[in-house]
Design a protein around this ligand. Structure first.
Ligand SMILES: [Fe+2]
Length: 387
């Protein structure tokens, strides 16, 4: 094979192996209805991620369909979770900074939707929420803004830039909120990062999670964290053809450089925010190992601007990160459903341990349309002992 052929083969292989698209894709046939679990609904979670990019005072499609969806529903016992990247691009700036107004508009759109929701709302941090010029102070500024906006001191978790918050949702359900950006961050850039926290090292972080998982082993444990353990979009190394030509989304396409950057990103190394970067990978490998010891753990994340449901390595992973933006995504290993358009997810957990995930996206009239639904955990079988 001559040199040109080798180069062409190299690029064709990676183009084919890494392509994603915006269209919905299904492992099996598209589900036309929501499965039924016999039992009492114990909690409904609404999951919306990366919703902090409304361009104007108008809200965006994902929030519009969320509001329409809850309009005629009794939501007072439900839980809404905004899964991070609540304000693009650099968190909540100080009051006198030029970009403050735009950041407020972006946050206010989400607060407006939360106010129409009658249940409890919690915002969790994503990487962009840490990107304010003064880092941790900016994150705390957002925390205060959310708490004031919703008149609820618990509406942003974990607090004070700390990494873990455990919330007992009900008798059989625990919500474990992790600040995965805390783990991934370069702590040299945030010298005061753990001053107000009990957990002061990454090893303590894992010990705490291990303890929580063991303590709540009989319950359904929803782990809400911005970064997904499994994802098949841009952060997971899956790119569509346009991205190969122009990986930085700039004005000038650079085809060869583009493919190289794409290839490096898919193997880890360019951005700390990509799944196979060293620190991110270390975090997820450990979390997956810890979680597989528990029977009813569910991961819920944003970060990737797509909707995905993945069952892999014993983990159930919901990705709902298209609260404002959209991006191509592929049907990778263990994926049951992926869609590169805007939308949100619900997770219904029953008192018998059963649970169902459902994804919604806007139809042509901007009404919520069912995209996919699946049983996440089957109900517990009642053991009848005969003597
Ligand atoms: Fe993110």
């Amino acid at each position: 094979m001559n040199k040109i052929n080798i180069v062409l083969t190299f690029f064709s292989f990676f183009l084919i192996s890494s392509c994603g698209s915006f269209k919905p894709k299904y492992l099996n046939e598209k589900s036309e209805s929501i499965p039924v679990i016999e039992g009492n609904l114990e909690k409904r979670f609404y999951l919306i991620g990366d919703a902090g990019a409304a361009e104007t005072t108008d809200t965006n499609e994902a929030l519009v369909i969320f509001e329409k969806f809850i309009e005629d529903k009794e939501t007072s016992k439900d839980q809404l979770i905004y899964l991070g990247d609540n304000i693009y691009p650099r968190g909540l700036p100080k009051k006198d900074e030029k970009s403050r107004k735009e950041a407020e508009v972006r946050m206010d759109a989400q607060l407006r939707s939360a106010k129409k929701f009658k249940g409890t709302t919690v915002f969790i941090p994503g990487n962009h929420d840490w990107y304010a010029k003064d880092g941790l102070k900016g994150l705390k500024r957002q925390e205060e803004y959310v708490e004031e906006g919703l008149d609820d001191n618990e509406a942003f978790q974990p607090e004070n830039g700390c990494p873990i918050e455990e919330i007992d949702i009900s008798e059989n359900i625990v919500l474990l909120i992790l600040d995965t950006q805390w783990f991934i961050s370069d702590w040299d850039k945030h010298p005061t990062i753990n001053d107000e926290c009990d957990i002061k090292s990454r090893s303590d972080f894992f010990l705490e999670i291990e303890g929580e998982l063991k303590k709540n082993n009989e319950k359904t444990i929803l782990i809400a964290m911005h970064h997904p353990a499994f994802t098949y979009g841009l952060h997971g190394g899956y790119f569509n053809f346009k991205k190969h030509l122009n990986p930085s989304s700039g004005k000038i396409p650079l085809p060869i450089l583009g493919t190289l950057v794409t290839q490096i990103r898919s193997q880890g190394g360019v951005s700390p925010q990509d799944r196979y970067n060293v620190r991110y990978n270390e975090l997820m490998k450990r979390l997956i190992t810890l979680a597989t010891d528990s029977d009813r753990v569910i991961f819920a994340s944003g970060h990737e601007h797509a909707l995905q449901y993945i069952e892999n390595e014993g983990i159930k992973q919901i990705v709902s990160g298209s609260g404002a933006k959209e991006a191509p995504v592929n049907l990778g290993e263990g994926a049951h459903f992926v869609y590169g358009g805007r939308g949100f997810a619900t997770l219904d957990v029953y008192d018998n341990g059963g649970s169902i995930v459902t994804f919604y996206a806007p139809d042509e009239n901007n009404d919520p349309k069912l995209m996919f639904s699946k049983v996440v955990h089957e109900p517990r079988k009642n053991m009848i002992l005969h003597f």
